[in-house]
Design a protein around this ligand. Structure first.
Ligand code: CA2
Length: 145
């Protein structure tokens, strides 16, 4: 099994700015914890981060040919991007949406997700663990399809 891990805009700044909101973990820390978990589960991962909506969509489309599922933190595009939602829906492979923060206890504009309706599920509020829980959930979901 192979999964694509997609990180949306500004997540490259993790651990370098605003540690009060998003913690001190860097994106590299998160990715290496995911790699550790993938070797326990017995699956393969590829990673991509972009600040550009189009590049995220290109990678979602490419994943349909190469991957069994997508673990995605669409960051601010969560709340705005019909294009990312359409791409996830079009490729037809399962996706799990994750967020470091609990988007439902933050500003009202963060409460809605364009991605949630096309995702298997959403995990938020657990920092790095949101990603690790999300990978476990995606792996189990795909295994049971
Ligand atoms: O909690 C999450 O994971 C979010 O997806 C993070 C997004 C935010 O727009 C979503 O509402 C919730 C923001 C990512 C920005 O990351 C930064 C990291 C360090 C410094 C500044 C921004």
């Amino acid at each position: 099994m192979k999964f694509l891990v997609l990180h949306g805009p500004n997540l490259n700044l993790l651990g370098k700015r605003e540690p009060g909101i998003y913690g001190t973990q860097t994106l590299e820390n998160i990715n290496s914890s995911l790699v550790e978990l993938s070797s326990v589960l017995g699956c393969e991962l590829s990673f991509f981060q972009s600040n550009s909506e189009g590049e995220l969509i290109d990678n979602i489309q490419a994943a349909a040919r190469e991957c069994d599922g997508i673990l995605i933190n669409p960051a601010a595009y969560t709340h705005t991007s019909i294009a990312i939602s359409d791409a996830l829906s079009a490729v037809g492979i399962p996706c799990v949406e994750v967020h470091l923060s609990n988007i439902h206890r933050r500003e009202t504009f963060r409460h809605s997700s364009m991605v949630a309706p096309v995702a298997v599920g959403q995990i938020c509020g657990f920092g790095k663990d949101s990603y690790l829980l999300g990978l476990r959930a995606l792996f189990n979901h795909v295994k049971n399809i």
